[in-house]
Design a binder for this molecule. Structure first.
Ligand code: GRF
Length: 190
């Protein structure tokens, strides 16, 4: 069985959906570990519920990004990982992990990249008064949301904007697009 590891910092709705699709056999891999940088994150509860191992750490107790990524790397090395999946992980991945897993780390971002990189992409789209936004799955490189695009799905939005509604629709797209894209990558169809 192939293994994927998920990195997340927050609610973990994408994490949960990926776990569910893996349990249903729609993703041909097991979620072997959750890596989380926030001890308060709800995603930890979700991992416990599904009996998924966790690696929870506090970045403030390490001298540098290199130091905590080396700790993560030691955990990851015990697993034969096919894919690392970022799902709301609020940190840039540093060279330690990037060099260990070239072309094997992916992320999901709530905009049609290269538009609206970084924090609050939905807010940025609203502010820019766009009529189309969406979701992007991309490879992770050293930049912020700059890696090669793997999959995208658009969402039409019209003013007056209802932020909550847009957030909900974006999440619904994410919950379908991410598992589907992960499975395609596992099958090497992308
Ligand atoms: C998602 O909107 C994702 O695009 C972004 O962070 C959010 C995570 O949401 N990178 P959740 O924790 O999976 O609910």
């Amino acid at each position: 069985m192939k293994k994927i590891v998920i990195f997340a910092s927050g609610t973990g709705s994408n994490f949960e959906e990926i776990v569910i699709q893996s349990l249903r056999g729609n993703i041909d891999a097991e979620v072997a570990l959750l890596v989380c940088d926030n001890q308060e994150a709800f995603v930890i509860e979700k991992a416990n519920r599904y009996k998924i191992e966790t690696c929870v750490f506090d970045p403030r107790s390490y001298a540098s990004k290199k130091a905590y990524e080396q700790m993560i790397l030691r955990r990851l090395k015990a697993i034969d990982i096919t894919l690392i999946v970022l799902a709301g992980y609020m940190r840039l991945i540093g060279p330690t992990l990037l060099h260990a897993y070239p072309n094997r780390i992916i992320n999901i971002h709530p905009s049609l990249l290269p538009a609206f990189k970084g924090l609050d992409a939905i807010g940025q789209a609203i502010k820019a008064n766009v009529r189309v936004t969406g979701v992007t799955v991309h490879y992770v490189d050293a930049g912020m949301d700059t890696g090669r695009i793997i999959a995208q799905e658009a969402l039409a939005i019209t003013p007056p904007y209802h932020r909550k509604k847009i957030e909900h629709e974006i999440h619904q797209i994410e919950h379908k697009l991410y598992p589907k894209t992960i499975q395609q990558l596992l099958e090497e169809r992308l």
